[in-house]
Design a protein around this ligand. Structure first.
Ligand SMILES: [Zn+2]
Length: 700
């Protein structure tokens, strides 16, 4: 009996111990982030939108999206978390500190353990790891995991009772008070090294894209996040990662202080490179990709509503109820002009990024997501729908309904690459950038034909064709100057159709887009879409109002430990085996599948995902996907009748856009998967009793 007690103690000592690991600067949780949770219900109806200021809608609508509803639900579960914390056994509770960023799970082995104890603990460790992985990958609320842990407790007594102890996060983060808020610098070098090693990246140079933007956290308080994000542009399938994170009641009041850690590190990496296992990898900044307010903040220049706000030319705006830019041929700014601050009307303060050796004009691309999708296209649609804009272009109610009807048809034929299906025009104030993109780069000419007057329709086609060219690598390389001519004409003629009120900052910026494309690549290559997606993800990591930075870092660390979300899969992955055919001679023994995923796109046998262009540039419909002797083939039927879908300002076939018959009736042929030129959107053109085929632009 006397030996029994020490053995039990040893067994206890061997059980998994949860210890607090590294702790950053402690935060006074009462001093910050107070948020009245009773006041968080989203209330779209009460939005007071200044219709004449529709270029600023971004900020307003960031607060009322689906994310907010999710956030609202989570915040109302705060009580559950607190209750669970109260129920923690003493030894667990004392280890927990809400301001702690990292935890470490340490297992202390004992020599006298029995085999059965070891088995039990290994089982428990495995279950705990699976739970932690599930929690991190699916961003499960801690209150839900706590309930599950309580249910599992009798069966797995060694599992912790609190979800927060499941995640082990060996990284250390310091949080400092700067610029009127809190800032944590995760570090550019540390994340670059992590990604290069984790994804076994072999390149001589890392080309970085940097994004800085403000993200409001709650509708009932001014608390917002200002993350610094970085994307390695020349490495496929790696999503943006967090370099630094500011949180405060307002944007950083000292931009130079806020950006200083990033600037120092980036400058050092640009000069000395990144040393990976004794090999020097060059580091370059390709571009800064931000919306107009963030660019003005980073560059220390006038905001987009100012008279001298154009970043590319020295145009001085006029006031016509708001600032407009009626000219398109003013002298251009150069990088040298900017460094010397030659245009006194343009600069407010010395550029906070100044020590960095980048082109502050040429490497700050105008992001088409904010400028064209949320700026120009939204403005046009609101003018057509009303109640803003001149009456001469306003559509009658039945025409608006007609557009909505065709949008619904298009939505039913959308490929999986379109994250969001287009909604009705009546919901235009809630539309996301991807919905405007569908109309602006895909369906517009076919939905608006016969609805808009002929002259307004042709004017829209200038925008459509200009942006389609600048969206495609091959087309923009060949026709960049032509696209520029179209966009300049669109802006000049805009005054005739819509009046001077059209000529706001975003519309004026169209005349500079082609020059950015020549320097930075097609507009997909310097767009804010991947960053917006990451910002949405970061925002969802905040489950309660207290200590947002700590919550984000803890959950991000757990995801870095467990997630493989961006693994590069270079070989195609086939799914959903079937035996329905059709097959061709030579493929009798092939295994048939309904779906194949490549690095660029997903093809399937279903509507929306079954249209391709062959290597010869002929539109075809996928009839079967087969794997024969290890190689994947697409069995497809080509369209027999192919013609131009429009002919102004150029024949649509020059953009590889075609009108085809409703059904592909060509003989079935087999083509290797590698011979698929691109995936296409195919949708019925009701007025012509045929279909339209449009190459997909924004798949990887
Ligand atoms: Zn300009």
């Amino acid at each position: 009996m006397s030996k029994a007690a020490p053995l039990t103690e040893k067994a206890r000592s061997r059980t998994s111990l949860w210890r607090r690991a590294t702790i950053g600067v402690h935060v006074d949780s009462e001093a910050c982030y107070d948020c009245d949770i009773s006041d968080l219900a989203p209330d779209v109806q009460n939005l007071n939108v200044e219709l004449d200021d529709i270029d600023n809608f971004d900020d307003i609508y960031m607060c009322v999206g689906d994310d907010e509803l999710h956030e609202f639900e989570d915040i109302h579960n705060v009580d559950d978390v607190d209750r669970c914390q109260d129920q923690l056994p003493e030894h667990d509770y004392e280890l927990y500190d809400d301001s702690c960023v990292g935890w470490r799970w340490e297992t202390v082995e004992s020599e006298s353990d029995s085999e059965s104890d070891l088995d039990d603990d290994e089982t428990c460790t495995g279950v705990a790891r699976q739970l932690a992985e599930w929690m991190a990958v699916d961003n499960i609320k801690s209150s839900s995991v706590n309930k599950l842990l309580k249910i599992l407790s009798p069966h797995f007594p060694q599992l912790p009772l609190d979800s927060r102890t499941l995640t082990k996060t060996p990284l250390h983060h310091d949080i400092v008070e700067i610029s009127g808020g809190q800032y944590c610098h995760i570090g550019l070098k540390v994340v670059l090294l992590h990604f290069v090693r984790r994804y076994s990246v072999v390149v001589d140079c890392l080309e970085l894209q940097i994004n800085v933007d403000g993200v409001p956290l709650f509708r009932s308080s001014n608390t917002s996040l200002w993350p610094i994000l970085c994307l390695i542009r020349n490495v496929a399938a790696v999503e943006p990662f967090l370099v630094g994170l500011f949180c405060g009641k307002h944007k950083p009041n000292n931009p130079a202080e806020f950006l200083s850690p990033f600037v120092c590190e980036a400058d050092n990496l640009i000069e000395h490179g990144l040393i990976v296992d004794d090999k020097r990898v060059e580091v370059k900044i390709h571009s800064f990709v931000c919306d107009a307010p963030a660019r003005a903040f980073l560059k220390g220049i006038k905001s987009h509503s100012g008279y001298s706000s154009c970043e590319k030319c020295i145009v001085h705006g006029e006031y016509a109820g708001k600032v407009i830019f009626p000219t398109v041929d003013d002298p251009l700014h150069t990088d040298e002009d900017f460094e010397l601050m030659r245009d006194e009307n343009h600069h407010i303060i010395p550029c906070p990024l100044r020590p960095l050796r980048v082109g502050f004009v040429s490497q700050f691309g105008i992001d088409y997501m904010h400028m064209a999708c949320l700026g120009v296209m939204r403005r046009l649609l609101l003018y057509w729908k009303g109640p803003v804009g001149p009456l001469s272009v306003r559509l009658p109610r039945n025409s608006v309904l007609e557009i909505s009807k065709h949008l619904a048809i298009f939505a039913a034929h959308s490929p999986v690459e379109f994250a969001r299906k287009a909604r009705s025009v009546d919901d235009v104030l809630k539309w996301k950038a991807t919905e405007f993109r569908q109309l602006m780069l895909y369906s517009g000419p076919f939905i608006l034909r016969g609805v808009l007057s002929d002259s307004v329709y042709k004017h829209f086609l200038l925008l459509y064709v200009g942006l389609r060219i600048l969206s495609c690598k091959q087309l923009s390389a060949a026709y960049c100057d032509y696209a520029n001519e179209l966009l300049v004409k669109f802006v000049k003629d805009g005054e005739v159709h819509y009046g001077r009120s059209l000529l706001v900052y975003n519309v004026h910026s169209l005349v500079h887009l082609a020059a950015d494309v020549k320097k930075l690549g097609c507009i997909q290559e310097f767009s804010a879409f991947p960053f917006e997606s990451k910002l949405g993800h970061i925002k969802k990591l905040v489950h309660k109002p207290q200590n947002p930075i700590q919550q984000i870092l803890r959950r991000l660390d757990a995801q870095m430990t467990f997630c493989n979300v961006s693994e590069v899969n270079t070989s195609p992955v086939v799914k959903s085996e079937h035996s329905c055919g059709p097959l061709l001679p030579g493929f009798a023994n092939a295994v048939q599948y309904k779906r194949v995923k490549t690095e660029q796109f997903v093809l399937a046998l279903s509507t929306g995902n079954n249209c391709i262009l062959t290597n010869a540039g002929i539109p075809a419909v996928v009839k079967n996907i087969v794997v024969n002797n290890g190689s994947t083939h697409i069995l497809c039927s080509c369209y027999r009748k192919v013609s131009d879908a429009f002919d102004y300002p150029l024949p649509s076939s020059a953009l590889r856009i075609f009108r085809v018959e409703s059904e592909a009736t060509g003989n079935i042929i087999a083509i290797p998967l590698g011979d698929v030129k691109c995936k296409c959107v195919c949708f019925p053109d009701m007025s012509k009793n045929c279909s339209v085929v449009i190459p997909l632009l924004h798949c990887k």
